[in-house]
Ligand binder design. Structure first.
Ligand SMILES: Nc1ncnc2c1ncn2[C@@H]1O[C@H](COP(=O)(O)OP(=O)(O)OP(=O)(O)O)[C@@H](O)[C@H]1O
Length: 268
């Protein structure tokens, strides 16, 4: 679904930011891109959605080489939710913001309204359809930005720090949507500094360090390697630390930890 082959990149007049980047992401995978500030995560996202072009190497999305495909065409194949939703919200009503993408895809009438209703339901904002998106609180605005991308049903979804600024309710919505999208075969790629979120939702971690791939592993394998988490400069999620402390097999989530602990104590 998405292929990155031998990619190098530098901003004009600058030092190399990404070197020798190669990975593929399949349908249904949730890939988290992690690393220290300045490691090159946002730059890599901009290469994936065609906002930037590699100096060498290729990026292929849903069979399209980003070098030969205009960004607005690519946007139907790879939907991006940027860090600041204000950057991508430009309609005066939530309803119209969600409608914009599918309308561009040729959806009209009852089919369009059904798509909008479905998305509003998923993001939990059916009651806000007639409101101005910028009158909503920060968490709801983020969900509108996510909804406007979901409405286009892109096969690849890029989420830049999607958990930032969300309250518990919006976070639960986001997590459910990520799980549903993966289940439906969407390729989900997220840049994320919240390692508990990564542990709960990502199936695989790509760690960048100084513009190079430091690790590309299933999530559990990444977080149980002290060497790799240190190299990537990320925190180890609490359940992983606690399982180690308690001498239990490694786990990624609090519920998995509780299950292992109970199983251990029942058999003791
Ligand atoms: N538009 C730009 N022009 C020049 N250099 C840039 C530009 N954007 C980013 N950089 C530089 O590229 C490098 C990688 O930045 P990038 O934003 O991709 O890192 P990041 O891993 O996303 O960081 P953060 O976690 O802080 O968002 C940094 O050295 C940064 O200063």
């Amino acid at each position: 679904m998405l292929d990155v082959a031998s990619v190098d990149f530098a901003y004009p007049g600058g030092n190399p930011v990404l070197s020798d980047i190669a990975f593929s992401v399949r349908r249904g995978e949730v890939l988290a891109i992690v690393g220290r500030n300045g490691a090159g995560k946002s730059t890599l996202l901009r290469l994936l959605n065609g906002l930037r072009q590699p100096a060498s190497g290729t990026v292929t999305v849903d069979g399209l080489n980003t070098a030969d495909t205009p960004v607005h065409v690519l946007a139907h194949h790879i939907g991006t939710v940027f860090q600041a939703p204000e950057q991508q919200i430009f309609n005066a009503k939530v309803h119209d913001e969600i409608a914009f993408g599918p309308r561009q895809q040729g959806l009209t009438g009852a089919a369009l309204e059904a798509r909008i209703a479905e998305v509003l339901g998923r993001i939990g904002l059916a009651d806000a359809a007639q409101l101005h998106p910028l009158d909503l609180d920060a968490a709801a605005r983020r969900l509108v930005a996510l909804g406007s991308v979901l409405a286009m049903k892109p096969p690849v979804l890029l989420l830049d720090e999607p958990q930032r600024g969300l309250d518990a309710n919006a976070m639960a919505r986001l997590e459910a949507i990520v799980a549903e999208e993966a289940e439906a075969g969407t390729c989900v790629i997220l840049v994320c500094h919240d390692m508990d979120f990564v542990a709960r939702r990502a199936s695989r971690v790509l760690a960048l360090a100084q513009g190079r791939i430091a690790a590309d592993l299933p999530t559990l394998d990444f977080f149980t390697s002290d060497e790799l988490t240190r190299k990537a400069g990320v925190e180890v999620p609490d359940p992983v630390e606690l399982a180690r402390f308690l001498g239990l097999p490694p786990v990624l989530t609090p519920s998995a930890l509780a299950a292992k602990w109970l199983a251990d104590h029942r058999s003791a």
